[in-house]
Design a protein around this ligand. Structure first.
Ligand code: GDP
Ligand code: MG
Length: 441
């Protein structure tokens, strides 16, 4: 599959901006890759469309083929969609005792995951955990949890025959309160298919304990089914997060993308085996790589991008060392500031410059002002940008007007550029860039 993809991508070897056709051709294969990774059809379709809109027109990094560029864009978008907001693996378990409700189909790994999570909360978070099985239909399931509890040293609610699920849940709550537990986990019964009676039972349990977290446990090897399950459970019960199990298998984990797309809820953990410590927090980057199966290409494009940024910084540094700092340099600085969302940029990293950036901040310079300043520079001719000292009063008026601003705004900008050029000169004299080099690296 990976070969097939790179084959298609190699055919797209024009440089420059990604054309509509480049992207479309590549994405047809991406769609196949997603389906082969078990992403559900509508999800794959939507995802591809979103990427199509984003990718077209983007520039192709030097020494990278358009096809490789598309892979990188697809990968980044995958990571973005998979990640969502919030920290992976984070659970709302303050206000002891916090109930965690575990739901999902039979065989998805609920009981196993309950044990794994209890172990993790105990050992990593120092919580006192109580586990209770609500599986009144299969005595063996209750016994399974009890044995797991013994094995990992986590308490389980004593089994009382004849109780219904809600009664067990209430008893768990009571015992958790009386016993000073931080968390109590309710391992619900599952069916092989979604059954309405079971849904009703889980709803009743939910209403009885008001869970802080309702985690849907889904077999990561299932594709389309996973989506239906997620829709049903989220719609009826309302879930707060997902745990994907069996990610140790050779499935490509496409269910992860479907889960995110369908529920919008975070994937919190992944199960990586049958053992009690085989649970990890969800890492979008890793799963994205697995779904796409093209980690090497992604790494290659990232490296090319890093190299180009490093070259740019190097070029700028050389100019600064010579004490050169014209309007083009200033424009780059301003753009960098906008990109980095503040006054830091390259400038903030340089000794002596921190003070100036503070001054600018003090003067209330924000994005709008930065953009105005860039507009002023853009109204200048090439010659004027390289040698701003040649500007005459009449040209100043024209430039300010061209940017929709006042001459006083332009004068401020010119002053800023002069000050910075001065500073560069001084720093350049201080031992051929020793200081500057340090600051830039
Ligand atoms: P439940 O019916 O939802 O409670 O599912 P169980 O927790 O009983 O798990 C069903 C089977 O799946 C058991 O044999 C587990 O050992 C196995 N299992 C659970 N999670 C994982 C996992 O992450 N990886 C692997 N390989 N097996 C798992
Ligand atoms: Mg079970």
């Amino acid at each position: 599959l990976s070969e097939r993809l790179s084959g298609v991508f190699d055919r797209l070897s024009k440089q420059g901006a990604l054309s509509d056709e480049d992207v479309k051709t590549a994405l047809r294969e991406v769609r196949v890759a997603l389906l082969e990774a078990d992403v559900s059809l509508p999800v794959a379709r939507d995802f591809v469309k979103a990427v199509q809109d984003k990718a077209t027109g983007q520039t192709v990094t030097r020494s990278v083929t358009p096809g490789q560029q598309v892979v990188k864009i697809v990968h980044d978008e995958l990571v973005h969609v998979l990640a969502g907001e919030g920290e992976p693996g984070e659970l709302k378990i303050d206000n002891a005792p916090a109930p965690i409700l575990m739901v999902g189909l039979q065989g998805s790994g609920k009981t196993t995951t309950t044990g794994k999570l209890a172990k993790r909360l105990t050992e990593k978070n120092g919580k006192r955990v109580l586990m209770a099985s609500l599986d009144i239909y299969r005595p063996a399931a209750m016994e399974q949890l009890r044995v797991l509890g013994q094995q990992i040293g986590v308490d389980t609610l004593p089994i009382v025959p004849g109780e219904n699920a809600v009664q067990i849940a209430k008893r768990a709550k009571q015992q958790a309160t009386l016993g000073g537990y931080d968390v109590y986990m309710l391992d619900t019964a599952g069916r092989l298919q979604i059954a309405q009676t079971l849904m009703q039972e889980i709803e009743d349990v939910r209403d009885a304990v008001n869970p802080r977290e309702t985690l849907l446990v889904v077999d990561g090897l299932t594709g389309q089914v996973a989506v239906e399950v997620a829709e049903e459970f989220d719609g009826k019960i309302g879930i707060s997060g997902v745990v994907l199990t069996r990610m140790d298998g050779d499935g490509r984990g496409g269910a992860a993308l479907s889960m995110r797309a369908v529920t919008g809820k975070p994937i919190k953990f992944v199960g990586l085996g049958e053992k009690m410590d085989a649970l990890e927090t969800f890492e979008p980057d890793r799963i994205a790589g697995r779904i796409l199966g093209m980690g090497d290409i992604v790494a290659l494009v990232e490296k090319a991008q890093d190299t180009i940024e490093a070259e740019q910084a190097e070029r700028m540094m050389k100019r600064f060392q010579k004490g050169r700092f014209n309007m083009n340099d200033l424009k780059m600085q301003l753009e960098q500031m906008i990109k980095m969302g503040g006054m830091e940029g390259v400038m903030g990293m340089m000794p002596g410059m921190g003070k100036m950036s503070k001054q600018m901040q003090g003067a209330g310079i924000d994005d709008t002002v930065l953009k105005q300043q860039i507009a002023l520079i853009q109204s200048m001719t090439k010659m004027e940008r390289a040698n701003p000292q040649i500007l005459q009063a009449s040209r100043k008026k024209r430039i300010a007007k061209g940017a929709g601003l006042e001459v006083s705004d332009l004068n401020k900008l010119l002053k800023m550029q002069r000050q910075m050029a001065d500073m560069m000169k001084k720093m350049g004299k201080m031992g051929k860039g020793g200081m500057l080099k340090q600051a830039m690296s």
